[in-house]
Design a protein around this ligand. Structure first.
Ligand code: HEC
Ligand code: HEC
Length: 212
């Protein structure tokens, strides 16, 4: 074979291989190509809580900050206690009417991924496999304490320890959407990294919950 063509073939093979490798990675915090990572309204840093001397109280106060993210529409619109997701900054019921269906992925003819693609498209949110959070992980109308208790309840949280919750916040692919929404939607508070730092500090201080 001609040398140039052989090198060309090798380059194509290498490109195919690296694509296959990227596709083989199951999850991770990497964002879809071209997605625009943005920061939302400010989150207080972990250092802002150092003055709270009592460890349990500090842990609870840290969750109060974490809850600002959890209650933001970019998180809450998927984490509902209802059969339907919400939409937009005013958390209106999703239009068109869609229901979670078996496995929270929608119902035949109205699967979430019919409209929600691998990436945002023309203002329609997209971030890989798109589905609602299970009903047991819904937070609508809950206080900070109730959300905190949900995060800690292994019967409702997918059997996760606080350390595994941290891992979810750091790594789970779909969660990355909260900081890469289409331009007309505000990103969740802080950055993903800042939220993870708060969750880490909360877990390390015993994962205590606020009193209300
Ligand atoms: C597009 C929908 C979607 C968005 C947006 C979303 N989540 Fe989730 N979330 C899910 C799904 C689905 C699961 C369940 C995954 C599993 O159990 O493997 C989940 C699970 C979780 C869990 C673990 C279980 C529990 O106790 O709740 C946490 C914590 C969580 N999400 C936090 C967040 C936060 C914080 C945000 C915003 C920064 C967010 N999620 C945004 C869909 C979403
Ligand atoms: C027929 C198309 C269609 C289907 C099916 C669909 N959606 Fe949507 N969805 C949209 C559109 C369009 C928007 C964007 C609305 C806007 O912000 O302008 C949206 C927005 C959302 C949002 C709001 C994102 C945010 O942060 O504000 C969530 C959450 C959502 N959809 C979840 C789901 C889930 C879960 C399913 C499956 C159970 C689903 N959607 C099925 C079209 C669809």
């Amino acid at each position: 074979m001609h040398k140039k063509r052989l090198i060309g073939k090798l380059a194509v093979t290498a490109a195919l291989l690296s694509t296959a490798l990227i596709l083989a990675v199951p999850s991770g915090s990497s964002e879809p190509a071209g997605s625009n990572v943005r920061k939302g309204p400010p989150l207080a840093p972990v250092s802002a809580f150092e003055g709270v001397r009592d460890t349990d109280a500090r842990s609870a106060a840290l969750f109060g900050e974490i809850a600002k993210a959890a209650k933001h529409p970019r998180c809450m619109n998927c984490h509902t206690l209802t059969d339907r997701p919400f939409q937009g900054e005013d958390r209106r019921p999703h239009a068109p009417r869609v229901t979670r269906g078996y496995g929270d992925i929608g119902v035949a003819g109205m699967y979430c991924t019919t409209c929600h693609q691998a990436e945002n498209y023309e203002g329609v949110p997209g971030h890989g496999a798109w589905l609602m959070a299970p009903q047991s992980m819904g937070w609508t109308g809950m206080s900070d304490r109730e959300i905190c208790e949900q995060w800690k309840d292994r019967d409702r949280n997918g059997d996760r320890s606080p350390q595994e919750i941290l891992h979810h916040i750091e790594e789970e692919h779909l969660l990355g959407f909260a900081w890469t929404p289409p331009d007309h939607l505000e990103p969740a508070p802080g950055s993903r990294h800042e939220l993870a730092a708060l969750v880490k500090a909360w877990a390390e201080t015993g994962a205590h919950c606020p009193t209300n």
